[in-house]
Design a binder for this molecule. Structure first.
Ligand code: FRU
Length: 495
């Protein structure tokens, strides 16, 4: 398999793009059919593995297995053979999970084996394991699956899934976080095969509008201070998101030995969200990446994922993002920024600060539909300010900040096709407690999505859109005087 994209592959990608008008240029999409959550994300031997919930026969969710793509740089992806598929083991479909590198051969499959953990769905949800001894090219199911049985069928509901496994240095154990209906369970193991339940976290804290799913558990330093580290628990929830449907919340806390059991403790009171848009779900981080938390999420929402008007394929991933912990006005929160890898595909400018004008459309051409906009402005005396991107048909998306009520927003009310789901065409908000004097936005546009990083990723909003014609116009809007400090639009292409 050739992993480094060559010109021929890129040509193919370009052809596909023109036939399928909503297919993104630089976001991962499966060649065919349905995709949801990212799974089994592990970095090993110079390669990032991205597995995902995939239905190989249909563009709706039905017969799930792990699709698989590999990249050496997080932007050029090569779809390869499916990693893990259902068979006649009687354990059903392959639901979400994670993968690790077993550097010390704890499981006995060999040094540096890639070991994956997933949920089997039959007869009830239980945890299973598979491993690869050939750098992720083929995966062997563990003969004694399931490794965590769902034995108490009467008391455990059939929401017992999405194992995320990490190596926990302090306790010298593998820790698995598992989503169980309305909480997370922490299990531990020394050999990756035998697991003991240590503790639970979540009842009565955080958001509980729906079932808890797809946890991730990462240790991050605050403001890059290696002596001040916190454990962050990511929990996806469906429904119950800040703007409806599914979304990913997080907690900041400590992970400690309490009476011999590893226990998560967080005093966090408020709900916190990785992304306030409606279209970043089940996002988790790559394992085995040193000193960085690089995450990717499924760019859709269970509210309408099976109805979006794409042909041949359904579901894309977000751009890869780096998660950091920052102390913002006394509160420790996650900020997200586009992963460094994206720099290599951000190309020439299609508009610069010299093109900036206020409250009038600037026609920058169709390259806007696969581009990155950066803007920074002083906004002392305004009520409402932002950027509108649109096309000649009047379809547009407004991205801005309402200073009066202190919220960021993305308004996709008139962004193109939207009749597939009532309530899709709406303005979504990300509340901030701060009254800003200056607004900073980095916006990634890719055919059918916008991802907005407000004020250096203090708030993020990811939204899918379906404009019937490529966007080619930009307008900076405001209701009073602003000072534009920075403005540029750069094309993004994989060639
Ligand atoms: C989250 C989820 C997971 C489950 C998977 C099934 O989107 O519901 O909890 O494992 O999707 O595809």
């Amino acid at each position: 398999m050739i992993l480094v994209a060559n010109k021929e592959q890129n040509m193919k990608k370009q052809e596909i793009t023109s036939i399928e008008k909503y297919r993104p240029v630089y976001h991962y999409t499966p060649k065919k059919n349905w995709m949801n959550d990212p799974n089994g994300m592990v970095y090993y031997d110079g390669e990032y593995h991205l597995c995902y919930q995939h239905d190989s026969n249909d563009i709706i969710f039905s017969d799930m297995s792990w699709g698989h793509a590999i990249s050496t740089d997080l932007v050029q992806w090569e779809e390869c053979a499916k990693a893990i598929v259902p068979d006649n083991d009687g354990l059903g479909m392959i639901f979400s999970g994670s993968a690790v590198v077993d550097k010390n051969n704890c499981a006995g499959f060999g040094v540096n084996t890639l070991v994956a953990f997933y949920t089997s769905t039959k007869p009830r949800q239980q945890q299973s394991m598979a491993y690869s001894i050939d750098r992720g090219r083929t995966w062997i199911k563990y003969i004694e699956n399931p490794i965590i049985k769902n034995e108490e069928w009467d008391s455990i509901p059939d929401d017992f899934r999405d194992p995320k496994v990490i190596w926990h240095k302090d306790s010298q154990k593998w820790i698995m976080s598992l989503a169980v209906k309305d909480h997370i369970e922490f299990w531990s193991s020394c050999n990756l095969k035998d697991w003991t339940k240590d503790s639970e976290f979540g009842q009565g804290v955080g958001s509980h509008g729906g079932v808890w799913e797809c946890p991730d558990f990462i240790e991050l330093s605050v403001d890059n201070d290696q002596t001040n580290k916190k454990w962050v628990l990511l929990v996806s929830i469906n429904p119950g998101g800040p703007n409806g449907g599914s979304a990913t919340q997080y907690f900041v806390g400590e992970f400690k030995d309490v009476d011999g059991q590893m226990t998560y403790i967080s005093s966090q009171k408020d709900e916190k969200w990785i992304d306030y848009g409606t279209d970043n779900y089940a996002g988790v981080t790559w394992s085995n990446v040193e000193n960085k938390a690089i995450a990717i999420g499924w760019m859709s929402n269970w509210d309408y994922a099976d109805k979006v008007p794409t042909n041949n394929w359904r579901g894309a991933m977000t751009i890869p993002r780096e998660l950091e912990l920052k102390n913002i006005e006394g509160e420790i929160s996650i900020t997200s920024k586009p992963a460094f890898a994206l720099k290599q595909i951000i190309g020439a400018a299609i508009a610069t600060i010299d093109d900036a004008s206020i409250n009038s459309n600037i026609n920058v051409g169709e390259e806007l539909s696969s581009s990155r906009i950066k803007v920074k402005m002083d906004i002392c005396d305004i009520k409402d300010v932002g950027i509108e991107i649109g096309n000649s048909k009047g379809e547009h998306v407004k991205i801005g900040y309402n200073k009066l009520d202190t919220y960021f927003y993305v308004d996709r009310s008139n962004s193109g096709e939207n009749s597939f789901k009532s309530g899709f065409a709406k303005l979504h908000k990300a509340k901030t407690n701060r009254n800003l004097e200056s607004l900073d936005m980095e916006i990634f546009i890719d055919k059918s999505s916008v991802e907005v990083f407000f004020n250096n990723g203090e708030r993020v909003m990811t939204e899918i859109i379906f404009p019937t014609e490529d966007f080619n116009m930009v307008k900076i809007f405001c209701d009073n005087k602003i000072e534009i400090r920075e403005f540029d639009i750069k094309r993004i292409s994989l060639i």
